[in-house]
Design a protein around this ligand. Structure first.
Ligand SMILES: C[S@@+](CC[C@H](N)C(=O)[O-])C[C@H]1O[C@@H](n2cnc3c(N)ncnc32)[C@H](O)[C@@H]1O
Length: 280
């Protein structure tokens, strides 16, 4: 019955109850849309705009003193927008991503430009390597999409993959960003201009806020003629203290805090912030 189906659609799951990032980033249709967002240098969707990335790479190279001897791992590298520029500055770069479409694009760009980047197609929660890195990146608030348990796994991996003097740079959503979010619900024919499917569909969206956990869920239920699926986009919002605490529980410490990964000074009003961390 339609009533019961709508009740199910509007049910609030437990924080991080379902992990569907793979559906969003690797589905044949949505991964194509995501790649086109990444490659549109004038918008901040999937990746930040081209000018920001250029500034960010400049800052990263100078702040971390990257040279031909430096090894960098970019977790969730997408089509390699940072990886290619960092490799262009001589760093030895490994890019990890589970979107085949993005990794194939990244490999093609690296090949065309003669950049010896090591692209690895895998889920970064399962990535293993013997290599140790001077710098580990996770950019565009990807850390926020992970559950507390997944973040612990990720930080454990980061710690084990760092050289003794190595650093981590990642960005997250702030509590200011959390305050700006509102709960919402609705539906739309071919929601988001056909983003979810090439055919006709009804897209239901629910934004749920979890005040205590500082989590937001953007939930999309896509109803097509022959299937219904739900994509859960979880976002953990952090205070600087909460993020420091997570690093410290994993044997690391936050040493610097900025408003973004281009080194903008920290501002508590910013909807995002970035940290540099190292092993204790
Ligand atoms: C928001 S995009 C950011 C891409 C890139 N860091 C940038 O700023 O241009 C997140 C990327 O992480 C990848 N990703 C998300 N979860 C992943 C996972 N569990 N394993 C590997 N890659 C993942 C997605 O495929 C996507 O390319």
């Amino acid at each position: 019955m339609l009533f019961n189906e709508l009740e199910t659609i509007n049910l609030r799951p437990k924080p991080f109850e379902f992990y569907t990032a793979v559906d969003l980033w690797t589905d044949e249709h949505t991964s194509r849309q995501m790649l086109s967002f990444h490659l549109n240098g004038s918008i901040d969707v999937s990746s930040r705009n081209a000018e920001f990335i250029r500034q960010s790479v400049d800052w990263i190279v100078s702040r971390f003193g990257l040279s031909a001897d430096s090894s960098v791992a970019d977790f969730g590298c997408g089509p390699g927008l940072y990886a290619a520029q960092l490799a262009g500055r001589q760093a030895k770069v490994t890019g990890i991503d589970f979107s085949r479409r993005s990794i194939e694009h990244a490999i093609a760009v690296a090949g065309k430009n003669g950049l010896p980047i090591n692209y690895v197609h895998c889920n970064y929660l399962e990535f293993e390597t013997e290599e140790k890195f001077d710098l580990i990146l996770m950019i565009m608030c990807d850390f926020c999409a992970l559950s507390p348990a997944q973040r612990e796994t990720m930080l454990g991996k980061f710690s084990s993959m760092l050289k003794p003097e190595g650093r981590i740079l990642l960005d997250v959503y702030s509590l200011t960003g959390f305050a700006q979010r509102q709960e919402a619900a609705g539906y739309e024919l071919n929601q988001m201009n056909g983003f979810w499917s090439p055919g006709r569909y009804y897209g239901f969206f629910n934004t749920f806020k979890y005040e205590e956990e500082k989590v937001v869920l953007d939930q999309y239920t896509i109803v097509e003629l022959d299937r219904t699926r739900t994509v859960y986009n979880w976002l953990q919002y952090f205070s600087p203290e909460a993020l420091r605490e997570e690093f410290s529980s994993s044997g690391m410490k936050v040493t610097e805090i900025y408003s973004d990964v281009a080194g903008k000074p920290f501002d508590s009003e910013s909807a995002e912030f970035a940290v540099v961390a190292e092993r204790l």
